[in-house]
Design a protein around this ligand. Sequence first.
Ligand SMILES: Cc1ncc(COP(=O)(O)O)c(C=O)c1O
Length: 417
Amino acid sequence: MNELNDLAIFGSTPAFAEPLHVGRPNIGNRERLLERVNNMLDRRWLTNHGPYVQELEQRIAAMLGVEHCIAICNATVALEIAIRAAGLTGEVIVPSLTFIATAHALQWQEITPVFCDIDPRTHNLDPCRVEDMITPRTAAIIGVHLWGRPCAVEALAEIARRHNLKLLYDAAPAFGCSHRGKMIGSFGDAEVLSFHATKFFNTLEGGAVVTNDDDLAARIRLMQNFGFEGYDRVIYIGTNGKMNEMSAAMGLTSLESLDEFIHVNYRNYKQYQRELEGIPGIQQITYDEAEKCNYQYIVLEVDQAYTGVSRDQLVDILWAEHVLARRYFYPGCHRMEPYRSYFPHAGLLLPETEKVVERLLSLPTGTAVGPDEIGKICQIIRLVVEHGPQVRERLQKLVVKESSYKCQKMNVYRSFP
Ligand SMILES: Cc1ncc(COP(=O)(O)O)c(C=O)c1O
């Protein structure tokens, strides 16, 4: 890949025959998984807090140093249950730069998500802005440890204490990460983890609420099983948030490979760092290596003033090469429905979020990607930026409408798992 004509977007063969996905699932030891599945089938205990779910809950609680881990069918339902069990109503302060589930889990129960701006250095809630968003209707703050980088937990705890607010964390991206030596999972009143297939540790679908609050944990446990206390005694409102045994079998198997997954993510992270270094306008977000980290996101900030091409043009170029880079979390929850209609001017209070969502780009990592692939991806990005203005000019002339590239892109979209 030496010249612009080598780029697939300008007619060359894509760099990769098969698409490279962001968030391709990591798979642990197959034999161990199949052994567990066979045991599960022999036992005929498929769900309803089976032995694998119990073991997974115990292992995660021990690993994170928390009193309670309640496994749930996914993190969205886990958020909904945690929010309800914490008794939230009215308004809750959340970032807009997050996966839509953070906001939906509130709105689903007719609680208003109030979007708060981020600190552009961390991409997490800016505690100085949080305080400005508090009204008499505010019940809580939900921070998101975006990319696995911890929120300003001390400052948020202080604000929550001063204003008598509950403090929850959407820790979906932050399983296995620590802050000042303490594992994510034990901050705030409760934290929610996601074990979705795209996360570095997965249970197919899955999630958990972790907390040190005994009463909250008891309510969450009831709520995720319809409020059943015994076989025919319902003492609380509830839903079906149970994790099944197949998911827990996957989770237990994935746990055995956790160190390996993190090692591969770290190796990939360092390679991207080395090979993208010095490219003008390309800034890879960094992790604090003194802390525990899952390194599951490779995130770039693209500054068009230096790259010559926009983030979106770079995404198109990468897609043409079958590198399915993602614009996480574009365009921000406040610009998605129903929030866009409810609060059409929310963006006025979110200047940093609005800037950052135009610049972010996530690249493939995990065990499905190796040094050769990463080397090629970095080479493509370097080539494009070295010829930024020329690339932009050629892209503007390109008739994308009927091009094979667009058809290819549509096919790739359709084949996305
Ligand atoms: C920040 C955040 N919150 C919530 C979720 C929802 O998780 P799940 O897919 O397990 O429901 C995700 C999933 O990607 C996420 O990234």
